[in-house]
Design a protein around this ligand. Sequence first.
Ligand code: DAH
Length: 324
Amino acid sequence: MKKTFISAIQEIKKIDNNTSLNNFQSKYLGKNSILYFYFSKLTTLNISERIQCSTILNNFKKKIKNKINDKKIELKDNRLINQKNKYFIDYTLPGRKIECGSLHPITIVIQEIKKIFSYLGFNTYYGPELESTYYNFDALNIPHNHPARNISDTFWLNSNYVLRTQTSGMQIRILEKNPGPIRAIIPGKVYRRDYDHTHTPMFHQIEGLIVDTSISFANLKWILENFIIQILKKNTKIRFRSSYFPFTCPSAEMDIQDKNGNWLEVLGCGMVHPNVLKNCNIDRDIYSACAFGIGVERLAMLKYSVSDIRCFFENDIRFLKQFV
Ligand code: DAH
């Protein structure tokens, strides 16, 4: 047994992987091992020989088991050292800074607009970005030959559906469901085939709708002027220009003067057209209505003095960091 032990010790010293170690274990402790053979022969011996031999065999077994465990630890350590050498880690390098996220400037402006209108009793609604031609055009009194329907302005999905070009379609959805009175704003994305420093193919609008007894253009003007004073500055220069929208009559647009003295159009508005109210079965003997559609990016440009609208969607971290 002593000889076997010596050769086992020499053998295990050379082992450098787990497979060889497993083979070693079955060779010296397994069912076909010499140890197992001697154990099976113990019954042929008399009592005193049996005690003597079994002590020797158990000793051998215990020592080999210890050697195997030591080897296992050694192999594991070697593996870690090898791994460390393979993927060299320089612990002296400075750590990576975790940047703090923040709201997008457009989200900030939308939230602010919602807050201002909520103080005036407006509820917020949301509608689909994929809109039927009925809600986007027909019900808004937009004739079939109107240029806005043109393939060069609108993203058509098929002959019945478009990516909404305006949030005004939500006026109809709300009017259909509520007989009045109504005070609603509808923020959302809209899509048009446009791209330059004041236009992007996707931008945000906030539609507003007020339905009540004796609503007049003066009410509309007052609300919009006060809204602008709150979101921008008190001394902001505002002008209303008369305009045309098929779904309002009379219609107007509001421009705001930027710090260079240029006028920038920020919203369209007007008294809701009688045809639109009729389409939605609103009793015109009781109610009148006004509406407006605010261009969120335009307001944000004025608020933060941004001269190119495309900055908002280029995801340039240096630009976005300014709003943290
Ligand atoms: N939907 C119009 C546009 O996208 C803006 C607009 C004008 C909305 C007049 C209104 C409105 O609600 O009354 O240009």
